[in-house]
Design a protein around this ligand. Structure first.
Ligand SMILES: [Zn+2]
Ligand SMILES: [Zn+2]
Ligand SMILES: [Zn+2]
Ligand SMILES: [Zn+2]
Length: 184
């Protein structure tokens, strides 16, 4: 296994929409010899993706590394360097009910069983390691959280338990003398 160079930082950078596109308020690029061209160039510039971008049409913050790898804007929400969650083994799959499920939370490599904890010196996967040392358990509401098709909950789209729609706590045990004050 070769480790990728860790020179890059998963940090937010601002990406902009294409010049002359639907988000650009300036319209199409004027002729090169028209008087408006200098003004146009004040608000537009080239980009590493080889398109002219409009500085008045920010797309929002995206992850520098993930966006570059994908060649497409990847918002910080979906940055692969942020912690992710996955339902703990043996936990019922996500449901629409506002009931807690237990998830493992940790770096993407650990959730995907790629960190060194899962492998022995011979390079064999250690099936006895259920969750590596970098993973913690947490309770989330599956109805309020959004998982991707692989069952990964991204941190930014994960709502910890109890959520706002959690049913009120059940009556305390031992409250057998329920308050029966009649209504009306
Ligand atoms: Zn523009
Ligand atoms: Zn990233
Ligand atoms: Zn909920
Ligand atoms: Zn790990």
């Amino acid at each position: 296994m070769t480790a990728p160079a860790e020179a890059e930082v998963h940090a937010p950078v601002t990406w902009y929409w294409e010049a002359g596109g639907e988000h650009c308020p300036h319209g199409p690029q004027p002729d090169r010899d028209s008087p408006e061209i200098d003004e146009w160039w004040d608000r537009h510039q080239g980009s590493p993706q080889d398109v002219y971008i409009c500085l008045d049409a920010p797309m929002g913050e995206v992850c520098d590394v993930c966006s570059e790898e994908d060649g497409d804007a990847v918002s910080m929400k979906f940055c692969r360097a942020r912690p992710q969650c996955r339902a703990k083994a043996g936990t019922a799959p996500a449901s629409d009910a506002h009931k807690p499920i237990t998830v493992w939370r940790g770096p993407a490599d650990c959730i995907e069983r790629e960190c060194p904890d899962y492998w022995d010196e011979e390079g064999e996967e250690r099936s006895d390691v259920e969750a590596c040392s970098h993973i913690s358990e947490q309770q989330i509401c599956p109805a309020c959280s959004t998982a991707d098709p692989n069952g990964i909950y991204y941190e930014a789209l994960t709502v910890n338990w109890p959520c706002d729609l959690a049913p009120p706590p059940a009556a305390e045990t031992g409250s057998e003398a329920a308050d029966r004050t009649g209504s009306a």
